[in-house]
Design a protein around this ligand. Sequence first.
Ligand SMILES: Cc1cc2nc3c(=O)[nH]c(=O)nc-3n(C[C@H](O)[C@H](O)[C@H](O)COP(=O)(O)OP(=O)(O)OC[C@H]3O[C@@H](n4cnc5c(N)ncnc54)[C@H](O)[C@@H]3O)c2cc1C
Length: 383
Amino acid sequence: MNATSHNPSDEQADLAAIRTTVRRFVTREILPNIERWEEDGSFPRALYQTAGEVGLLALGFPEAVGGVPSSEMATLVVVEELARAGSGGLIAGLLSHGIGLPPILALASDDLAAEIAPAILRGDKVCALAVTEPGGGSDVANLRTTATRDGDDYIVRGSKTFITSGMRADWLTTAVRTGGDGAAGVSVLAIPGDLPGIQRSELQKMGWWCSDTAALHFDDVRVPARLRCGSEGMGFLGLMHNFNRERLMLAGMAVAFAEVCHADALEWARDRQTFGRALITRQVVRHKLVEMQTRILGAKALLHQTARQVDAGGEPVAEVCMVKTLATDTLEFVAGEAVQILGGMGYMRGTRVERIFRETKVLSIGGGASEILRDLAARQLGW
Ligand SMILES: Cc1cc2nc3c(=O)[nH]c(=O)nc-3n(C[C@H](O)[C@H](O)[C@H](O)COP(=O)(O)OP(=O)(O)OC[C@H]3O[C@@H](n4cnc5c(N)ncnc54)[C@H](O)[C@@H]3O)c2cc1C
């Protein structure tokens, strides 16, 4: 896939080319299989390599490590196309390196980044981000997993939970405490998944069935100190920087899934006859569909405006928080209305709206829960 250009007409052509590539990939590799993968609770590991071959995993990463630099707008196009399969679990699992790799690239030496990243971007290795702990996920600065220096190694002790791709990750980008209390004591280690002392157990979820989600236990795991990313105490900053991109992407997923729900509800309303007429002819249904579309358009406008601010070099933290909460609130509303319009069929497994409805909450909680993001936005705005 091509990098995205700064020239507006070239950029449009690049985005169209990316859309075509991802659409083909989704049509060929995902749509015929997604129902089965969701029911099985897993998609094949080989999908990472297939995605790597079409350049999907490399998009948005630096050339120096085998990536293809691109804009936030390009990421939104990728997410929009992947969302056509109606499975957030597929996106979260296949693109878990999208949250696992950036802290490594932001903090690690060039040599360490070059050792780890290319195989992940090719799809040969899987990467997960391990920050959240059983004691809490919102308050990252107070994490409790410790890494104690012992010669050339760290000894890592503690637990992580809700980790996407945690069962099969080859690299666990792990936030640990190397120093005292608070943010200044946090560091990031790139931990190979096969080190002795790492125990993984799979968690069962409301939605995102085809992505694996794991609880991890680090029982005195000896990690070479050279796998620390950046200096001790730099971890929190690296993780925070990453959150902006993650939140924009989650907002993009929410808007894209809301569009899928609206499309399916509209199609159903046109086809479904009740009391001798199509549902779409009823004012109450038309108003529902317009309200859904109004909220989607509003969220999408703010999403694109914020992505363009980031592409222009800005760090609009408050806007990113606001767009993530707006987009996920929009999805909760739209998915609920879509299920309602489909009636009993909207409650049946195998429809996209049923699956997306089950997946709404994870988008309002993961990557910063709505309450936390509204609080952060207020602070950013100086209130
Ligand atoms: C399917 C899934 C996949 C995930 N994948 C990953 C992953 O790959 N890597 C990873 O590290 N984490 C992952 N997470 C974890 C996710 O980021 C956390 O669940 C999230 O940050 C919230 O943390 P928590 O669940 O511990 O909730 P808590 O922090 O315990 O919060 C619980 C509730 O209280 C609210 N709350 C907390 N503090 C306040 C406050 N001060 N004022 C008002 N309200 C407050 C929160 O908004 C939330 O609604 C995943 C979660 C899920 C469900």
